[in-house]
Design a protein. Structure first.
Length: 319
């Protein structure tokens, strides 16, 4: 049985369930130009005897084709943004691991092959407000998104977001991923957590996913997430509220040069754009969006409980 899912303005055709993508149940609305077919195969390495200057030990390029090797887990061969062939490298590897790398890496490569702009970003909406949190992996996008989720925000796409030239963000991977220490600090019930992979202390946060009523959302604001600052803990001695001594660092950014630099630094794996000859396409998309959006920088204290208190009180996200 085949299943169809929306991600980055594409339609993923697979023969297994993927919970954190939005499923398409009416096959009559499927556009073949957006279709990416996922197929299990064998001996993927035979496709690439050649070498490209952007190749590494785990990525191989040729024209609009790419091989991605996840050591001892899975190899993907992504072709023309239309096919994702995959090969299990270890009989002990579960389907959960295959799905994890499919929706966080392989499908992003297919989107790049189609000329799409993929940012390291988590995008959320609440009523008419649509925001995206931009930053490198492990900067805290998932944690901030989880805190906003508790305030009524919904996930559109997590960790990687496709931004179109008309400032639309399409639905993507809607799972939230948090580290064990975050779950403990925030008092999250263990029943709401599911291991992403064995031997990794990072979990998917299980929540009741609502079906999005539209395939894409008009982005309002971009927030670049900056590294955390050392919190002021004097409130403990003074027996005062922590938010009297600590604030969210919020800075408006107007410099086009600075915005462009920050966006380029947060492209999903620039090597893929270079190896697939899509870098010029990516830069064009960045310039198109440069003057169409509001850009800000966010910085939070390096303390989860204080950060949560600050986010609970913040009103600027909705404005």
């Amino acid at each position: 049985m085949n299943y169809f899912y929306k991600i980055h303005g594409l339609i993923l055709k697979v023969n297994f369930k993927i919970f954190y993508l939005d499923e398409i149940k009416d096959e009559s609305i499927i556009n073949n130009d957006e279709l990416v077919e996922v197929i299990e195969t064998k001996n993927i390495k035979k496709y690439f005897p050649r070498e490209n200057k952007w190749d590494t030990s785990f990525i191989k390029f040729f024209k609009n084709e790419c091989i991605l090797i996840v050591n001892n887990i899975v190899t993907f061969y992504v072709k023309d943004g239309e096919y994702i062939y995959w090969e299990r490298l270890n009989d002990q590897v579960g389907q959960k691991d295959i799905i994890n790398f499919l929706i966080t890496s392989a499908i992003n490569i297919a989107a790049i092959q189609k000329g799409k702009l993929i940012l390291n970003a988590t995008t959320l909406f609440k009523k008419e407000s649509v925001i995206t949190l931009v930053g490198p992996p492990c900067i805290g996008k998932n944690t901030i998104a989880l805190m906003l989720f508790y305030r009524g925000w919904q996930i559109i796409s997590n960790e990687a977001s496709f931004l179109s030239d008309i400032q639309l963000v399409s639905s993507g991977n809607r799972s939230l991923r948090i580290w064990k220490n975050t779950a403990i600090t925030l008092g999250i019930n263990r029943n709401k957590l599911q291991n992403i992979r064995s031997n990794l202390k990072r979990y998917q946060f299980k929540y009741k996913k609502i079906n999005l009523l539209k395939p894409s959302f008009k982005l309002n604001k971009v927030y670049f997430v900056k590294g955390r600052y050392q919190p002021n803990m004097d409130f403990l001695k003074e027996k005062r509220s922590p938010i009297e001594k600590n604030k969210i660092g919020l800075t408006n950014i107007y410099s086009e040069q600075l915005i462009m630099m920050k966006l380029r630094n947060n492209i999903f794996n620039p090597r893929f754009y270079r190896g697939l000859n899509k870098e010029e396409c990516m830069i064009d998309s960045l310039f198109v969006n440069l003057n169409k959006l509001k850009f800000n920088e966010l910085q939070f204290p390096d303390n989860l409980k204080i950060t949560k208190r600050l986010i609970d009180k913040a009103s600027f996200f909705e404005k």
